[in-house]
Design a protein around this ligand. Sequence first.
Ligand SMILES: NC(=O)c1ccc[n+]([C@@H]2O[C@H](COP(=O)([O-])OP(=O)(O)OC[C@H]3O[C@@H](n4cnc5c(N)ncnc54)[C@H](O)[C@@H]3O)[C@@H](O)[C@H]2O)c1
Length: 250
Amino acid sequence: MRLVDKVAIVTGGGSGIGRAAAIRFAKEGAKVTIADIDSTGGEETLGLIRESGGKAIFVQTDVRDSYQIKKLIDNTTSTYEGLHILVNNAGIGHSEVKSIDLPEEDWDRVIDINLKSVFLGIKYAVPELIKSGGGAIINTSSLLGLKGKSYQAAYNASKAGVVLLTQNAALEYGKNNIRVNAIAPGVIDTKIIESWRQNERKWPIISRANALRRIGTPDEVANAILFLASDEASFITGATLSVDGGGLTF
Ligand SMILES: NC(=O)c1ccc[n+]([C@@H]2O[C@H](COP(=O)([O-])OP(=O)(O)OC[C@H]3O[C@@H](n4cnc5c(N)ncnc54)[C@H](O)[C@@H]3O)[C@@H](O)[C@H]2O)c1
């Protein structure tokens, strides 16, 4: 087991990639805090982990809110010993519209949930990671943080921001033995891609737009998150790992 005695927080742990990562971490011996705005999803993940003998708690959290992020971290460190791993993963998409038609409120919501949340996670977790002697932060960016796509202005900008926030934190806290990396998933089979899946004309193209000609699974992304969280990645920091079936090169 690769995460024995480690304490980890996974945001967006109530669904998709975050759920798969939380379950994987628990199987590897970590004590996991599942954070999500959706209590039904969060409790479901909690049940799945406990059923298979893992240790976890759920803390309902809106990752846009600094007070709730502080409470999430306090709840975790008071329940378990310290904090070693933070996965800043919660995120949303937005409807496919030209930038000139994107409502300002939608821009703000996407930037707050996908990017400001990563800043808040780093801001409040780093002091606890330092107290624990160091650790790892993994931020979920996207293929669309590395490559532009029409009608995705806010999502593109938020996920590109995550890539450089990752490099920034890696530089600032490397001396504290904290590694900070990002993952950049391609099209993965979760709720967030539901509207693309409904598009009968575009889905056959979108779902095969990579070298492997298929979409990925949440477990395939969780494997990459686990690797970056584990000691096997001890000399990797500031990196963005594509988990996209070759989507970036396509
Ligand atoms: N699925 C893909 O194709 C894909 C590709 C690239 C990147 N991503 C990124 O992966 C991450 C996980 O998404 P997913 O694919 O598992 O989708 P998902 O919709 O299954 O999971 C996202 C989770 O984030 C939670 N969430 C949303 N807003 C929140 C908030 N304000 N506070 C706390 N939690 C909140 C949701 O409740 C949900 O449980 C996101 O950052 C997404 O942008 C997904």
